[in-house]
Ligand binder design. Structure first.
Ligand SMILES: Nc1ncnc2c1ncn2[C@@H]1O[C@H](COP(=O)(O)OP(=O)(O)OP(=O)(O)O)[C@@H](O)[C@H]1O
Ligand SMILES: O=P(O)(O)OC[C@H]1O[C@](O)(CO)[C@@H](O)[C@@H]1O
Ligand SMILES: [Mg+2]
Length: 533
């Protein structure tokens, strides 16, 4: 295997100094957050790329020895753990990697790979040396408590670590709150509850203050659970930790109800959210079916990505129209949504519309005067597409004689993410937490852990944060939705061709398991032919 661009290691730091570094109080006051953010980072994370035969590339993650080359190693305590004594080949081979491209042809290049997650034979921390911290940031998501629980229990039970603290209230908790002690006993039942026992927040990321806090508290493993914004925050924390030469593993666990994190198969809590959304869709269907020209409108989460709406629609089969941010639509005229609603009501007597909260934002903005607003993290605040759409449909039918409708609008947005995680997400969260702590114990840092094509892998932060995962509407999966609902795709053939081009580029970068296969042909529902059946 040939190295094609390994990050240069900075000057070696004396071993004795390395061991002591976290335990010593900081000697000089650190620069302000703003100054730290602007300061050029001498050891800014370079890509660690390793090339091999037939176009094989390993996009590796940083390791503590990149900047602390003399760190001692220890046998992994798991080898003496009775639970694992029967496991053959429990330790992951150091050369094991996970492929990003799962569908290949005879002559295709092997492409990008990531380091396989899992326990290593040698570890870089002794159990009594570890001071771990866990923080949850961003919006809620089913499974947060399960990840916290499994990190704590895994560290205790597998590695004999007994010092784990929680940071309360998201990133700002590092510098504005006391820590809470977490033990297997204190977290025993938390997976049965929604939310996060640690609390969460948006905004408040101050890199210098956060790393000061890590240093002052002697934290040498930090597990950061959150979405794309959080992982960007984790990435700069890693850079600062590295710049200061600290023996501290910075590990990201990806969380987002929207499933908008690139590269990974899917995010935890997504399954639960789709399942919970079924209850709202069922209710909308029952209401619609029981009324004359009944229409049920359900708004689901999905700021920039319509995965929840798409999967909830496919799972339900009661949905007549699914609207997502990735697929523009229009209301009036031939091939528009209102024409389709009218036709579907005439044909079936009722209909259900599922709309992702980020859909149609441009349309709403056009129809009203509004000022762009953002949340504390800088995310755009959305206008209520559900209410707007419901009103537009009501207004349309009010103008018609002899076409009375009954419309019920159901907004379960927060309900689908505030519930506890389902069984499948609980298992997923357990594996994520274990993969995360195995990586930290093995000295890896600056990575996000997640399954790629079904195998857990360590993914460099930059791959997670460079782009958001979106529904590719030229993929077969979206075609399946159109097939199931028989809604118009609201796009011209030309629009589809342009999108195919964009999507090819996206595919090249982020081929995920949820996104399916090769681009589909324009479905019969395209070119504005409303409701082709
Ligand atoms: N570019 C960035 N650099 C540093 N920190 C960031 C960055 N973007 C976001 N953050 C921080 O990450 C935290 C969470 O970000 P955000 O509110 O966008 O949620 P998220 O992690 O993307 O999750 P969600 O899926 O709920 O949106 C916030 O505390 C925010 O300050
Ligand atoms: O929690 P907030 O700030 O209301 O934000 C809601 C947003 O968070 C998300 O749930 C992502 O976590 C989006 O689906 C939604 O738009
Ligand atoms: Mg986000």
């Amino acid at each position: 295997m040939e190295s094609v661009g390994v990050a240069p290691a900075p000057a070696a730091v004396a071993v004795a100094e390395q061991k002591m570094k976290l335990l010593e109080p900081r000697k000089e006051p650190l620069a302000s957050a703003a100054a730290a953010a602007k300061a050029p980072c001498k050891w800014a994370m370079k890509k660690k790329l390793v090339g091999g035969d037939a176009g094989y590339v390993l996009e590796d993650v940083p390791h503590l020895t990149d900047y602390m080359p003399e760190l001692p190693t220890y046998p992994n305590p798991l080898q003496d753990n009775p639970a694992y004594s029967v496991v053959k080949q429990y330790f992951v081979n150091t050369d094991d990697t996970v492929t990003q491209k799962i569908v290949v042809r005879k002559n295709s290049a092997r492409g990008t790979h990531f380091r396989r997650a899992g326990p290593r034979q040698r570890v870089y921390f002794q159990p009594d040396e570890v001071n771990a911290a866990i923080v949850t940031c961003g919006g809620l998501c089913p499974g947060l408590n399960t990840v916290i629980r499994e990190l704590v229990c895994g560290l205790y039970d597998m590695y004999g670590v007994t010092s784990v603290v929680g940071i309360e209230g998201g990133y700002k908790g590092f510098y504005s709150r006391n820590t809470v002690t977490l033990t297997p006993k204190s977290v025993n039942d938390i997976h049965k509850r929604g939310g996060t026992i640690l609390g969460t927040s948006r905004g408040g990321h101050d890199t210098a203050k956060i790393v000061d806090s890590l240093q002052d508290r002697g934290i040498n493993q930090v597990y950061i659970i959150g979405g794309d914004g959080t992982q960007q925050g984790a990435s700069v924390i890693y850079e600062e930790v590295r710049r200061r030469g600290l023996k501290c593993a910075v590990v990201g666990v990806p969380k987002t109800i929207d499933n908008d994190i690139a590269v990974i198969d899917k995010s935890f809590g997504f399954d639960t959210a789709v399942e919970e959304a079924q209850r709202a869709i069922n209710a909308a269907h029952v209401e619609a079916e029981s009324a004359e020209n009944g229409i049920g409108v359900v708004k689901l989460m999905g700021r920039n990505s319509g995965f929840i709406a798409m999967y909830a629609t496919l799972a339900s089969r009661d949905v007549d129209c699914c609207l997502i941010p990735e697929s523009p639509f229009y209301l009036e005229g031939k091939g528009g949504l209102l024409e389709f609603v009218e036709k579907r009501l005439k044909d079936s007597g009722h209909m259900v519309i599922v709309v992702a909260e980020g859909a149609g934002q441009d349309l709403i903005a056009q129809s009203m005067n509004f000022v762009d607003t953002q949340d504390a993290s800088g995310n755009k605040l959305l206008l209520d597409v559900g209410l707007w759409l419901s009103q537009k449909i009501k207004d349309h039918f009010k103008k018609k004689t002899n076409f009375p409708i009954t419309l019920k609008y159901i907004d379960p947005t927060y309900m689908i993410r505030a519930v506890r995680s389902n069984a499948s997400d609980n298992v997923y969260c357990t594996l994520l937490a274990h993969s995360a702590l195995h990586g930290a114990m093995a000295g890896y840092s600056g990575f996000t852990v997640a399954p790629v094509n079904g195998r857990h892998a360590y993914i460099p932060f930059y791959r997670i944060t460079e782009k958001q995962n979106k529904v590719v509407i030229t993929d077969r999966m979206w075609a399946r939705v159109l097939c199931s609902t028989n809604q118009p795709c609201f796009l011209s053939h030309e629009d589809v061709e342009n999108m195919k081009h964009d999507d090819d580029e996206r595919h090249h970068l982020h081929n995920t398991q949820l996104l399916d296969g090769s681009p589909a042909k324009c479905s019969p529902n395209c070119n504005g032919s409303a409701g082709a059946e």
